[in-house]
Design a binder for this molecule. Structure first.
Ligand code: C5P
Length: 201
């Protein structure tokens, strides 16, 4: 049996936290697809050609802390606009989605492009200001020096690039359940997500 939960949304909307909680709740495997684009973005910063880097990407080593840095996120959203980079990453994501025992994938185009047949789809949003505050707190906790205004500018720039690109832009699938986490606690957001998935199951 395979059951796929597709979760999309902008940066720091809470989709990562919700995805991990859903994977734990249903005992499904979880793939944060942003890490694939971050890994390619990191290669770009090292001077590699991004299409070749995407084609050569290995799933191992995706959990490096360095992939979480703002400069890597910025590079990730640039390489993510290159159709050949996206095409090189499709098979890995679809194979992951079909694994036995169920899978949660989170990203920008999971419900629309990667897994349009997913059994459950969520679109997680929050205001840019609250997303910037969350990302700022995360970066501070990791000891990364930055300021709130810079993080908000990054969030807005990444939103624009992710929603404005021609290939697989960030948008909700028609059959996605929307969860706005702006005024929700993590527990409340997770409870809504679990309920939405159970309704589809
Ligand atoms: O989710 P995360 O912030 O780690 O993603 C980094 C960047 O990778 C995003 O800004 C987006 O441009 C890109 N991405 C994408 N499609 C996905 C996941 C991430 O284009 N499925």
């Amino acid at each position: 049996m395979s059951f796929t939960i597709a979760i999309d949304g902008p940066a720091a909307s809470g989709k990562g936290t919700i995805s991990r909680a859903l994977a734990a709740h249903f005992r499904f495997a979880h793939l944060d697809t942003g890490l694939l684009y971050r890994a390619v973005g990191a290669r770009l910063l090292e001077g590699e050609e991004p299409i070749a880097a995407a084609r050569a990407l290995q799933a191992g080593g995706l959990e490096s802390d360095a992939l979480r840095l703002p400069a890597v996120a910025e590079a990730a959203s640039k390489v993510a606009a290159i159709p050949e980079v996206r095409a090189a990453l499709v098979d890995f994501q679809r194979a992951f989605a079909r694994r036995a025992g169920g899978a949660v994938l989170d990203g920008r185009d999971i419900g629309t492009v990667i897994c349009p047949e997913a059994e459950a789809k969520l679109f997680v949003t929050a205001s840019p200001e609250i997303r910037a505050e969350r990302r700022f707190a995360e970066l501070q906790a990791k000891g990364v020096e930055t300021d709130l205004a810079a993080v908000l500018a990054d969030v807005r720039a990444r939103d624009e690039r992710d929603m404005g690109r021609a290939d697989a832009p960030l948008r909700a699938a028609e059959d996605a359940v929307e969860i706005d986490t702006t005024a929700l606690s993590i527990e409340a957001a997770v409870a809504r997500a679990v309920a939405a998935v159970e309704q589809r199951g």
